[in-house]
Design a protein around this ligand. Structure first.
Ligand SMILES: [Zn+2]
Length: 488
């Protein structure tokens, strides 16, 4: 990744918003699964912000937030509470957002980021807290060209986790890698779908530059409106160039919020950054403080799954896989689990074969069927059986692929599918008779071979393969022919 040469140290911190995957919204019973629904169909007086209604906390959202915080090694304080963050904006139905200000659910975590050069960078996580999402505005034009906006309240009140990092990242690439690994953990823990394109995983970036060795941070700029990992990296790279050029000219950086214009590949000033006191935070009077019991926290702690990074290292050590294969196998979680379930049946000695099937033909079929791994139509026992059939030379690499395709679409056991497809190779006894026939029918090749032309045996192998319609194992046939020719 090309880094612009600069005399400045780049300092980046990220704020990520991830929607928590719950059945209902944060403070009302409306279904939180509104994707694709007609506008304003998942609403009630609470999320519409009607006067006189009372919010009720969604336990599942709190629990998932705590689980995720524990996965990041956060401390869970004994006391936490919700606050009102006041600001007037048309997407905020109540005129305030229920969020967490000075007593969040968790603090002081970290994420160990694997960098492409093989090193690991620890990025501090300041806090993970919970709040409610806002409604969505759509800006449209009328027939006469007049501009207007419409509001869809379906998203309002969905549980939203905010994950704030320390300003520990030192390049746009580190920031991108942090985001990728954060998303992996969100998905592994089942806490969020974490899909940037669907809008349930969003990122704002803070970036400042300072001369190397300077004791204080430079003035930071916040960047918004990035809707892919790639655009986060590009926006940050753009800002590194823009800010270093300004500093080179002796200009001051303005503290502000800038928007990323994807089509133009640049950031533009949106507004000067609000200070915290602009929001006039105060404790939410309609919700009790939250004091998670120690026993509850411990219960959650043991349900934190083995994280992808740990799994990757274990796959390399335990099964002798390459770092590259271990990396691919570790996500999504369903594939990592499929891998180990298959090994539980086939044995650890076959880890490489299991990995090859999963990353090769099974991945190809999965793509061809447009399936997520969670929904693939094949089971570990089938893959283990397929590997066994290949190992016992009942199937060769070509016929095994055909069997895989059959069981992938029609189910059933590989043995039955092989026999249905007429792909079971000739039994050893039948094969022996066939070899004798082929040797008798090809005296010229036999003479050539005995006369020292070692390659002549290939003609005989070819003849056997034709007779068995490709079901025999060519390597085995060659071996048996060599034995037979030496003996007879
Ligand atoms: Zn509602």
């Amino acid at each position: 990744m090309s880094q612009p040469a600069t005399a400045y140290e780049v300092v980046i911190g990220l704020e990520v918003h991830a929607q928590v995957a719950t059945a209902s919204k944060m403070f009302c019973p409306c279904p939180a699964t509104y994707a694709g629904a007609a506008p304003n169909t998942h609403v009630c007086p609470i999320c519409l912000g009607m006067p006189g209604v009372l919010p009720v906390m969604n336990r599942d959202a709190v629990e998932k937030t705590l689980l995720f915080a524990l996965a990041l090694g956060c401390t869970i304080p004994h006391d936490s509470k919700f606050d009102r963050k006041n600001y007037p904006y048309p997407d905020l139905m109540k005129g305030y957002q229920i969020s967490q200000y000075d007593m969040p659910f968790s603090v002081n975590g970290h994420l160990d980021v694997d960098l492409p050069d093989g090193t690991v960078k620890r990025v501090g996580v300041t806090r993970v807290h919970l709040e409610e999402d806002t409604a969505m505005l759509r800006h449209e034009s009328g027939a006469g060209g007049e501009r207007y906006s419409v509001v869809d309240v379906n998203r309002a009140g969905s549980p939203l986790m905010e994950i704030v990092s320390e300003p520990d990242m030192r390049s746009p690439e580190e920031a991108r890698r942090y985001l990728e690994m954060l998303r992996e953990i969100l998905r592994y823990t089942g806490v969020s779908r974490a899909n940037m394109e669907e809008g349930n995983f969003r990122c704002d970036a803070n970036i400042s530059l300072r001369r190397f060795g300077a004791p204080q941070y430079g003035t930071k700029v916040e960047i918004k409106n990035m809707n892919s990992f790639r655009s986060v990296q590009m926006a940050l790279e753009y800002e590194v160039r823009r800010q270093s050029e300004m500093l080179d000219r002796g200009e001051q950086i303005t503290q502000e919020t800038r928007g990323w214009l994807e089509a133009e590949r640049r950031t533009v000033s949106q507004r000067s950054k609000e200070q915290a006191h602009d929001y006039r935070y105060f404790p939410e009077p309609d919700l009790p403080p939250v004091r998670p019991a120690a026993a509850w926290i411990e219960q959650l702690r043991v349900t934190v799954p083995e994280l992808p990074q740990t799994k990757r290292h274990r796959f390399v050590e335990q099964y002798g896989l390459s770092a590259y294969d271990a990396n691919l196998l570790s996500t999504p979680r369903a594939r990592a689990e499929f891998f180990e379930q298959t090994i539980a049946i086939a044995g650890a000695a076959r880890a490489k074969q299991v990995s090859n099937w999963l990353l090769g033909d099974i991945a190809r079929l999965q793509n061809a069927h447009g399936q997520e791994f969670e929904h693939i139509t094949i089971a570990p026992a089938q893959v283990a059986e397929l590997i066994d059939l290949v190992e016992r030379r009942v199937l060769n690499s070509t016929t095994a692929k055909a069997v895989l395709e059959r069981i992938y679409t029609s189910g059933g056991s590989p043995t039955a599918a092989a026999s249905d497809l007429g792909l079971v190779s000739a039994p050893a006894a039948g094969l022996d008779a066939l070899l004798a026939t082929v040797i008798a029918a090809n005296p010229r090749a036999v003479t050539d071979f005995r006369g020292g032309k070692a390659n002549a045996v290939q003609a005989l192998v070819g003849a056997v393969m034709r007779e068995t319609r490709g079901t025999a194992d060519a390597a085995q046939v060659r071996e048996l022919l060599l034995e037979k020719l030496a003996r007879d």
